[in-house]
Write a protein that binds this ligand. Sequence first.
Ligand code: NAP
Length: 281
Amino acid sequence: METQLLEGKKLAKKMQTVMETRVSQLKEKGLTPGLTVVLVGDDPASQTYVRNKERQATKVGIKSEVIRLDASITEEELLQVVYQLNEDKTVHGILVQLPLPRHMNEQRVLRAIDYEKDVDGFHPMNMGNFLLGNEGALPCTPLGIMTLLKEYEIEIEGKNALVIGRSNIVGKPMALMLMKDHATITIAHSRTKNLKELTKQADIVVAAIGRGHFITGDFLKPGAVVVDVGMNRDENGKLIGDVDTESAMGIASYITPVPGGVGPMTITMLLEQTIRKVEVD
Ligand code: NAP
């Protein structure tokens, strides 16, 4: 079987080109979407993500700002920054980059963001609305994956979908989105005993584990659609996914490459949700 790549990078580019037009139309009406990212500390991976977000937001015409704060600031000081952004009418989207330093309570900080400006979909109000099927911002990574699957007209209804990973930002919302589109879902995690058996039965596999090349071709059902969320570094510092793509080629029907699959879609969804905040106002 020939395995086709689900090219997130290509779709992201296409969507961002349309966004450029949408933003310039908004600017003609005197409206400039504003996105502010708050980065606390100097975690190298976070710095790279934030730089990418800033670059791409600016490219589509969004007014992008990054507030860089020292890792030693107190939670209270961070909350004050968030409250100011909540009040700032030029800021339509606020994103506090995770993880935060250990001395801070992430949930408390996320709760402090005005949920109307939460473009990451992590505020409990948005999470709750999502669970109930109400309108609101959605977690960007699973939303990007669903957008990518739709672009390639991947059938979801009635399929067996296995999500490996149960984090709040990827695994859980991913499973819910697939269920909403009528897949029969299974969620696996570190205590799951029969992962290979489950994977063998899955028509759609989403790997969000955080372990390089953990899923190999022999785990897969022939024809499976494979989404690789993982972003890991190998011993040479090279970016690798949770799936060993090479061994999956010829077995999977579709697979997302790493890099160039899920990552670019995540950022694109962040930009999309920021622009929409202004379009619907
Ligand atoms: P996370 O919070 O660390 O969650 C990892 C999940 O994998 C947990 O639920 C864990 O189970 C499960 N797991 C760990 N070992 C396992 C095993 N041996 N078998 C089955 N499940 C296992 O990570 P995350 O934030 O969801 O991110 C996952 C990966 O995606 C990371 O590589 C991250 O860098 C990447 N990521 C990429 C993007 C993107 O845009 N491309 C966005 C977000 C994250 P337990 O719950 O039992 O511990």
